[in-house]
Design a protein around this ligand. Structure first.
Ligand SMILES: [Cu+2]
Length: 145
């Protein structure tokens, strides 16, 4: 009785196992295709906007050091509950003020459109410990360091 049931059970599970394996293979392939679609836009296509996130703790601007091409705009997001600024160091010394967000409130975003090539150190007027650097080079490929 037990043997028969066991036999029947085996006969029933065997094809199911095969189907299960097939669908697992199919699922893996689908996952591979999906992941290719998800990853490739970031790997191949250069995003037109690079996002930097403000933080209460270091790194205060994340990423702190950013290399972008001249075709890329930069967008700072403030998810903290404090006011911050994104102020080009040149604004303080009254040289050439490339960008200054002014007080940026929580959940606000400040975007700087395309900048000419150059090195742009910047800081927060309220918290001088907050410092970041933007490096703009004559290319369209952005990267982070
Ligand atoms: Cu700040």
């Amino acid at each position: 009785m037990f043997m028969t049931q066991h036999g029947i059970h085996n006969k029933r599970t065997m094809p199911q196992r095969c189907v299960g394996y097939e669908s697992l293979k199919r699922g893996g392939l689908a996952l591979l295709i999906i992941s290719l679609f998800v990853i490739s836009p970031f790997a191949i296509a250069a995003p037109s906007t690079l996002r930097i996130t403000l933080g209460t703790f270091a790194p205060y601007y994340s990423p702190e050091m950013v290399h972008i091409g001249t075709g890329t705009s930069v967008s700072w997001e403030n998810p903290t509950s404090d006011l911050h600024t994104i102020t080009h160091d040149g604004c303080k010394s009254n040289d050439r003020c490339a960008f200054d967000s002014g007080p940026l409130g929580p959940n606000r975003t400040f975007t700087v459109p395309h900048l000419p090539p150059g090195v742009y150190p910047y800081h927060c007027l309220f918290h001088p410990i907050m410092q970041g650097t933007l490096v703009v080079t004559e290319s369209a490929t952005p990267s982070e360091t």
